[in-house]
Design a protein around this ligand. Structure first.
Ligand code: C2E
Ligand code: MG
Ligand code: MG
Length: 720
């Protein structure tokens, strides 16, 4: 446009040059007039000359006039049809005139943007550049160029609107938005960011917070980390840090940010968003706490215990030393819980947990493992006997009387301890071994601690497994009773011994020699004996009263403890009544060990039993320490020679001594003698030779299921 004006000037000037007869350009053959009119025709806009009057009366307009205004040049020049003033948008006329006049009076060229009304009824934005010149007649006129800039104006307007929109997002966003310089001050911050950090306005934030690294982040290394991550990954995502608000309050924020980079690769500034995540972190922390702590006592739970133990072990691996895992079980919690109720039980557990915590050092952990079980993790600081001292303290502290619901109670605990690395190098093993040692403490009389030893290992783990399987085995109906016949010298059956069988879901078939002592210890024997008694009596009721000459009887084994502690006679009476079995068809097998001790008591119990018509046999005779003197004074019916003396008795000589002695002793006391564990004909023949009355053993039959008995009985009656 500027060029167009100067061309016009050139046009005018050259024309006068031509008149002056200058030959230079003509010599080069340049036809200026033609060149200029070509230019004018092709210019995107209107070249004009007009009078400086009220109508801006056009004296000359170029061909661009039609495209610009919709009017032909003829219509405009001399205001033949319309004046340029009329084409100028009414709202802009005054400003256009004022601006042009101001420029002219200052002797300047002018540039003015305004709207015109196109002939098609539309509005166009134009820019007009012009200057004042004197025409051929010496009159001052305007010469200039008008160009359509409607599209540019629209684009600009759109740009402004977009920017305004962005500004609005920036200003009204609920999350903080920032731009910061690399050296750590704010270039821009929105109101949300200012509010988040506790400032009244973005400008206050930007002036007060001069060094983000040291003034904002609680951990001054955070800014460096922010920069490092952006350097390495181009951005940070959900970068969480604790920051200090203006009032000193600490909050947690999450930043998403990236670097804005110059073409040469240098970082111009960082920009990104900030969110307050304090609440989320608080909830998260609370959930984490709940997942890791026991709700009742507030102690770490199993999960956290695992973590702590793992941690302690890792530290020991790196720095040496040791860790002790102590398993604590309250000795009489169940009793208190059952008799005083759960609320009392809960208070007791809370009190115990506090006492335990007080016994420990900062580096130790106490966790609630479940129910009345607690676990300590004690780190070994290399002081001799330190662990033992802590365990002593724990025993003493737990044993102190405590008041629950106005009742003074005493509890004690049994502790088992296992050490890393000596007793195991993983959590599972250590816990298992500590548990095994804890059972040792229980079996030694409770209220004490024991350390794990290698020998506890296999026995204890197996025992523990059996024990846990044994609890509930009766409810799961894992027990049954098998029956093994006894026969006379003529091989006619005289009766059966009822033997307990346990097929555990977890451990498979377990021999009674293994599980009966455990059942005895955990108090399962009364229930088991009741079970066997009833089964035995019920079965015996279904058998024929007599087979051949003998009346069949059934024998049931009694455990030593039961014999001493329970009212066995009542149990037997009730069972006989319930099943309808004649007492004379029942025999009870007791072991020698039951006969020692309180003989008066034994005699009373035996008398009660005998009063029911029930027979009593001494089982496994020869293996115990029964006093022969008492043997004669007690009302006993049968002696059973232990299997170990029967086995190999057919060899004669020494092997015959004991069977022969037992048989003669028994007969001397008026008792029947039974040999158990007869496995072959030679043994049988030998024992018959010695006068033994009855025989039991694999030679005749192995213990069999109850429903196999009728068929076996039938077969046994048939002559061989
Ligand atoms: P026990 O009362 O002396 O029972 C005899 C044991 O010898 C049974 O073992 C039987 O299966 C086994 N036996 C019988 N004949 C032979 C033979 O010819 N050769 C060999 N090698 N063994 C033979 P089981 O059933 O394993 O019982 C072992 C012990 O467990 C019993 O010894 C008894 O003391 C106890 N027991 C079994 N059932 C009960 C029960 O219901 N109550 C109580 N308190 N103890 C029981
Ligand atoms: Mg027996
Ligand atoms: Mg026996």
């Amino acid at each position: 446009m500027q060029d167009a004006i100067s061309l016009q000037r050139l046009f005018t000037r050259n024309r006068s040059d031509d008149l002056a007869g200058t030959a230079g350009d003509a010599r080069m053959g340049v036809d200026h007039q033609r060149m200029l009119s070509t230019l004018e025709r092709n210019l995107d806009g209107m070249v004009f000359r007009c009078s400086i009057d009220a109508h801006w009366t056009m004296q000359y307009v170029s061909e661009g006039c039609r495209a610009l205004t919709g009017y032909s040049g003829d219509a405009l020049v001399g205001n033949r049809e319309i004046s340029y003033e009329a084409i100028t948008h009414p709202e802009d006329r005054n400003t256009v005139r004022e601006q042009i006049e101001a420029a002219l009076s200052a002797g300047d060229r002018y540039r003015v943007e305004y709207r015109i009304s196109h002939r098609d009824g539309g509005v166009r934005w134009v820019v007009e550049r012009g200057t004042q010149v004197r025409d051929e007649h010496g009159q001052m006129v305007l010469e200039g160029f008008v160009q359509d800039i409607t599209l540019q104006v629209a684009a600009l307007q759109q740009q402004i609107e977009t920017e305004l929109r962005y500004h609005s997002i920036f200003d009204n966003s609920a999350i903080g938005i920032f731009q910061t310089s690399v050296d750590g001050h704010y270039l821009a911050a929105n109101p949300a960011l200012a509010k988040l950090y506790g400032y009244a306005s973005p400008s206050e934030l930007m002036t007060s917070l001069q060094d983000i690294g040291t003034h904002l982040y609680v951990d001054p290394k955070r800014r460096a980390e922010f920069k490092r991550r952006i350097r390495e990954h181009g951005r940070v995502v959900a970068f969480e840090s604790e920051v200090m608000r203006r009032d000193g309050q600490r909050i947690w924020i999450a930043e998403n940010a990236h670097a804005v980079v110059a073409p040469d690769g240098s970082v111009l500034y960082y920009e990104g968003t900030v969110e307050d995540v304090s609440e989320r972190r608080r909830v998260q922390a609370q959930l984490e706490y709940q997942a890791n702590h026991d709700l009742l006592t507030g102690l770490p739970n199993r999960h956290l215990l695992d973590e702590r133990l793992d941690h302690a072990i890792r530290i020991v691996r790196r720095h040496g030393g040791g860790v002790t895992v102590a398993f604590i079980d309250l000795d009489n919690f169940k009793l208190i819980n059952d008799s005083l109720g759960h609320a009392a039980g809960d208070s007791l557990l809370v009190e115990v947990s506090q006492r335990l915590s007080h016994c420990l050092r900062d580096s130790d952990t106490v966790a609630r493992y479940g129910g009345d079980e607690f676990v300590l993790i004690l780190t070994d600081h290399g002081t001799d006997g330190e662990t033992e001292r802590i365990l002593d303290r724990v025993l003493a502290s737990i044993a102190e009387p405590l008041v629950v619901e106005e009742q003074e109670l005493r509890v004690s605990c049994s502790i088992g301890a296992a050490r890393y690395p000596a007793d195991g190098d993983d959590l599972d093993t250590l816990m298992r071994h500590a548990d095994a040692a804890m059972y040792l403490s229980k079996s030694r009389g409770k209220n004490q601690y024991s350390f794990f030893t290698g020998s506890l290992n296999t026995a204890a783990t197996e025992r523990l497994q059996l024990e846990s399987s044994l609890r509930g085995a009766l409810e799961r109906e894992e027990f049954c009773v098998v029956l093994q016949p006894k026969v006379g010298a003529d091989r006619r059956v005289t009766g059966f011994e009822a033997l307990l069988r346990w097929t555990s879901e977890e451990c498979g078939a377990v021999s009674p020699a293994k599980f009966i002592p455990i059942a005895e210890e955990i108090g399962l024997m009364p229930a088991l004996t009741t079970f066997v008694l009833r089964e035995a009596c019920q079965q015996a009721r279904t058998w024929p009263r007599t087979v051949g000459h003998a009346s069949l009887h059934v024998a049931v084994n009694l455990s030593a403890r039961l014999f001493q502690e329970q009212d066995i006679a009542s149990l037997v009476r009730d069972t006989l009544q319930e099943t309808g079995l004649d007492g004379r068809a029942l025999e009870l097998e007791i072991t020698e060990s039951m006969l020692v001790g309180d003989v008066a008591h034994t005699a009373r119990v035996l008398a009660d039993i005998k009063a029911l018509g029930v027979g009593v046999a001494v089982d496994d005779f020869g293996t115990g320490y029964s006093s022969l003197a008492y043997l004669g004074r007690l009302p006993l019916d049968t002696l059973k020679i232990d299997r170990s003396f029967v086995n190999g008795c057919d060899r004669g000589g020494q092997a015959l001594l004991i069977p022969r002695a037992v048989i003669s002793l028994g007969h001397g006391l008026g008792m029947k003698v039974v040999a158990e564990g007869v496995e072959n004909e030679l043994e049988l023949a030998t024992l018959i030779g010695l006068g033994c009355d009855e025989f039991q053993g694999y030679l005749f039959a192995r213990p069999m299921a109850a429903d196999a008995v009728p068929a076996w009985l039938l077969r046994s009656q048939q002559p061989n």
